[in-house]
Design a protein around this ligand. Structure first.
Ligand code: NAD
Ligand code: AHE
Ligand code: ZN
Length: 375
């Protein structure tokens, strides 16, 4: 069949909207009509050329929601008509990683996913001239129709609005999950969140949900103060307006009883390795945990004095908020539908596919929290 897609033809170039060919699902695969997709910073990162795994030409997009229209041989867990969220972190429930119960990082199809192809090593997308176009993160939601492995879709309730719950396909789950699954934040905790964009604001709402007492937001964009407060941030620091953000957080978290100070938890939602260092070093001696969410460019490395770890601080990372997609994503959709978490106010712009490059321009200008393309 033919479908419309925004194609990343080369690094650093705007996406090109065009008709492409899409082959039907093979064994173990499903075809999904994508109804809406968010634009995540990671799509921009790959398009920029900074992603060591970035391949072109490809159809980017990994934050979607839609309807199954066709299933390949042997597919049992979903059927045409089911509403689904594509998963860039699949859940096969059979690989050593899934069975370990220690990680959400299913490894069954990670190698082919990183090469931009389906598990059998081929792509379902071609140009109208027949040249291959690669998949991206196993999702390619910047295409109106896409093909995914069965293990990479989460079935969700049918009354959930596509233009909102698509955000659960990455940003919401990543931010809320980093708090609940990775850090396992407890009631009364003190936390610092670096970078109040589409991910950081979800970390903030996750902290509010977990019952944190002190939620310190850090951003170089002063407009983010109001945004953070909207979702539960209690204090704001603009690093451009203070001498030493680490010291500032240590001072703010001291009490008459605890003269050491430091956040119980911190989260990097910037992808900047100097920020990651500050995020670790502002945590409490003896027990502070710093969670890296941000994705750093090719070649970037993190550094700190080993003494920071010797004295009990821990550095952790999280992908997709530690969520097991097929199990946890339907539950997060429930939380949204029950009003436990907010999504609507974070979706600042709704665009057509033809306007998708405008969405990336607004992301660069810091004007949007989330832009969503509705097909
Ligand atoms: P975003 O562009 O919406 O937000 C980034 C925020 O960081 C902005 O508000 C910006 O002003 C702020 N910022 C930039 N430099 C800063 C600095 N030096 N100090 C403080 N604040 C600073 O991006 P996003 O969509 O929220 O994504 C954040 C990061 O998370 C990206 O690197 C993205 O690739 C990554 N990400 C990771 C996962 C995962 O599973 N680990 C999932 C989604 C996104
Ligand atoms: N390809 C990059 C790494 C990109 C990355 O870390 N991606 C996150 C999801 S970001 C979603 O917006 C992730 O899931 N990582 C785990 C994985 O297996 O990719 C690189 O540096 O090579
Ligand atoms: Zn993402």
């Amino acid at each position: 069949m033919r479908t419309r897609a925004a194609v990343a033809t080369q690094a650093g170039k705007p996406l090109e909207i065009m008709e492409v060919n899409l082959e039907g699902p093979r064994a173990g695969e499903v075809m999904v009509e994508v109804r809406a997709t968010g634009l995540c910073h990671t799509d921009d990162f790959t398009l920029s050329g900074a992603d060591p795994e970035g391949l072109f030409p490809a159809i980017l997009g990994h934050e979607g929601a839609g309807v199954v229209v066709e299933v390949g041989e042997g597919v049992r867990s979903v059927k045409p008509g089911d509403h689904v969220i594509p998963l860039y972190t699949p859940e096969c429930r059979e690989c050593p990683s899934c069975l370990s119960r220690k990680t959400n990082l299913c490894t069954s199809i990670r190698a082919t996913q990183g090469q931009g192809v389906m598990p059998d090593g081929s792509s379902r997308f071609t140009t109208l001239d027949g040249d291959p176009i690669l998949h991206y993160m196993g999702c390619s939601t910047f295409s109106n129709f896409t093909v995914l492995p069965e293990i990479a879709v989460a079935k969700i309730r049918e009354d959930a609005p596509f233009d909102k719950v698509c955000y659960i396909g990455c940003g919401v789950t990543t931010g809320v999950g980093a708090v609940i699954n990775t850090a396992k934040v407890e009631i009364g905790a003190k936390a610092a969140v670096f970078g109040l964009g589409g991910i950081g604001l979800n970390v903030i709402q996750g902290l509010r949900l977990a019952g944190a007492d002190m939620i310190i937001g850090v951003d170089i964009n002063p407009a983010k103060k109001e945004w953070g407060e909207r979702f539960g941030m209690t204090h704001f620091i603009n690093p451009k307006e203070c001498d030493n953000v680490v010291q500032e957080i240590v001072e703010m978290t001291k009490t008459p009883f605890d003269r050491i100070g430091g956040a119980d938890y911190s989260f990097d939602c910037t992808g900047n390795v100097q920020v990651m260092r500050d995020a670790l070093e502002c945590t409490h001696r003896g027990w502070g945990q710093s969670i890296i969410i941000g994705v750093a460019p090719a070649g970037a490395e993190i550094a700190t004095r080993p003494f920071q770890l010797v004295t009990g601080r821990e550095w952790k990372g999280t992908a997709f908020g530690g969520a097991r997609g097929r199990t946890d994503v339907p539950q997060i959709v429930e939380w949204y539908m029950e009003g436990k978490i907010e999504i609507d106010p974070m979706i600042t712009h709704t665009l057509t596919l033809d306007e998708i490059n405008k969405g990336f321009d607004m992301m660069h200008a810091g004007e949007s929290i989330r832009s969503v393309v509705v097909y």
